[in-house]
Design a protein around this ligand. Structure first.
Ligand SMILES: [Fe+2]
Length: 217
């Protein structure tokens, strides 16, 4: 095997082990979600509101951080496709319609509940470290896609039938997640090996933020 082929095989196995780690994080998060039927209407509204407070104004911003951090044309091309879809199809507007229909528009208190953990993710993204940022966004996309049935269930229990946001993100984020792993492959080829705590720092911060969406404090 040529040295180039060895390098490709090694990148692919690094990406596969990162993906396995992320999948375990997502499985753990989903398993920790409270049963929607066991929640009060106020608790369901709070989850919908805090989710919106985090996602509406930050998802495109953080994906832009991933774009700015990327050093390879291949990764940039994958991420820009994702951003184009977000902007062209106005995903923040789609989320806002979903939240209005569920009567769960975030209040100042909802935003304040997630503020400290949100800031930690913002500052992490601001470091623009290519591999850890793309790992974090792959975790985010993968989680969002698998979280959609739960979010839709909460909204339905709040009396809403407006499901465009959850329908679209339950499907399009499958492709987005795969594309982020392809972007990750390209970035790993350009980066020195990283210790696990550095590689998954953003995943840990984002996981705490998501746990904070589910439980206010
Ligand atoms: Fe989106």
């Amino acid at each position: 095997m040529s040295s180039a082929a060895v390098a490709v095989a090694s990148n692919a196995s690094t990406t596969a082990s990162i993906q396995a780690h992320i999948d375990r994080e997502i499985d753990g998060l989903l398993a920790s979600l409270p049963e929607p039927a066991a929640l009060s209407a106020a608790e369901r509204r709070g989850i919908l509101a805090r989710y919106t407070a985090v996602l509406e104004g930050n998802f495109i911003y953080w994906m832009t951080g991933a774009y700015l951090s990327a050093g390879s044309d291949e990764a940039r091309a994958k991420i820009i496709d994702n951003l184009r879809e977000e902007v062209r199809d106005c995903h923040p507007g789609m989320l806002r319609r979903f939240t209005i229909a569920a009567d769960a528009v975030p209040t100042g208190d909802d935003a304040q509940d997630v503020y400290p953990n949100l800031m930690k993710v913002r500052l992490f993204i601001g470091r623009l470290s290519p591999v850890p940022t793309i790992v974090t966004m792959a975790f985010f996309e993968g989680f969002i896609q698998r979280f959609m049935p739960y979010l839709a269930d909460l909204a339905r229990r709040q009396g809403s039938n407006e499901m465009e946001y959850t329908d679209v993100h339950g499907i399009c984020d499958i492709t987005h997640t795969q594309e982020l792993y392809q972007a990750l492959d390209a970035e790993i080829a350009l980066s020195p090996a990283l210790p696990a705590d550095e590689m998954f720092e953003g995943v840990g911060l984002l996981r705490r933020l998501i746990e904070n969406i589910v439980v206010a404090n």
